[in-house]
Design a binder for this molecule. Sequence first.
Ligand SMILES: NC(=O)C1=CN([C@@H]2O[C@H](COP(=O)(O)OP(=O)(O)OC[C@H]3O[C@@H](n4cnc5c(N)ncnc54)[C@H](OP(=O)(O)O)[C@@H]3O)[C@@H](O)[C@H]2O)C=CC1
Ligand SMILES: N[C@@H](CC=O)C(=O)O
Length: 328
Amino acid sequence: MRTIAEYKPLAGQQFAVLVVGVGQVGSCWLDQFAPTLPPTARVHSTHNSSTPLTTGTIEQLNDKGQTLLVLDLTASEKVSRCYPEWIRAGANIISANKYAGAADTAFYQEVQQALQENNRQWLYRATVGAGVPIPQLVRECTANNDPVLRVEGNFSGSLTWIFQQYRPGDKLSEWLRKASEAGITEPDPRTDLGGMDVAKKLLIVAREAGWDFDLAEADIQNLVLASSLDEELDAAFDDWRQANYPDATQFCYIGRLVADGQHGVKASAALEPVSADSPYAGLAPDRAYFQVWTADHPAGTITVEGPGAGLEATAGAVHKDILEAIAR
Ligand SMILES: NC(=O)C1=CN([C@@H]2O[C@H](COP(=O)(O)OP(=O)(O)OC[C@H]3O[C@@H](n4cnc5c(N)ncnc54)[C@H](OP(=O)(O)O)[C@@H]3O)[C@@H](O)[C@H]2O)C=CC1
Ligand SMILES: N[C@@H](CC=O)C(=O)O
């Protein structure tokens, strides 16, 4: 963790942190990271569904001259839709919630416009890769005139955790339950298993490269193969495995963005068999591995590996955003 001494806010500047969503990530941040906030920052308030954050609260604090950091640690689309109003009222936003980053183009642009017009920041390092700075890498290559051609990686922390441990013959439903208990799935694990969580991450990264696409057009494999996530899922998944990859011993859910001259980008994700020489074969269940191909590196890829799942890695990413916002 970086030390607070590295950060030099403007003289007298006070940062009020408003935490929206005190679930698994929010509690982890409050317990482990909030105590290390710089002396110029303090947690002003915490909010959940029954005590939502209001725009009035933001306006009042802004009027008092406080610099506001609103942490969106929910999985709520409703909360994400408040961003433009909150930004106009004076808030800077830090998100673990992926809804705004992967929203329809019109809403995404509305958020960007509100940020520009009000000179506010929106940071979202925790939304992709947990502790692996993949959006930042793509943004930096793009900004430095080294266009990104392709990005590939195990974008799902929960599906990686599951499939790095699952072996044919296991019950998929058991691994899913354990992942949910470990706090690494979405509040509704169907979001992970169905691939929609990965689709959102692909869109967030694509936007860093200057691409955009409609989530509905992404080619995403849905592993919600049964209406209930119990023995019914196990039977359906075994049928799929036997029909497609009867000899595979290991799988990984891999996401891809590939530049496509005509259409901008093609986004896809699928569960694929992993051979012994694949970089995914020996990956620990909580690690992420990404490869980026750029114009300057068309053959040799840039590779990044790091902690890609878990509450501490995610809350740590939120904390890095807070320190970055304070330092700017
Ligand atoms: N778990 C992980 O490893 C990772 C999670 N994330 C992201 O972090 C976010 C949070 O995940 P997690 O902590 O696991 O989720 P939880 O379900 O544990 O917590 C969500 C929290 O959001 C609150 N909430 C829901 N709606 C509102 C609202 N309208 N106003 C205020 N609070 C609200 C809930 O309150 P209540 O209980 O009252 O409804 C709850 O406290 C998600 O977007 C997830 O994608 C990102 C990376 C990794
Ligand atoms: N559901 C997510 C958790 C964080 O984004 C994942 O599986 O990666």
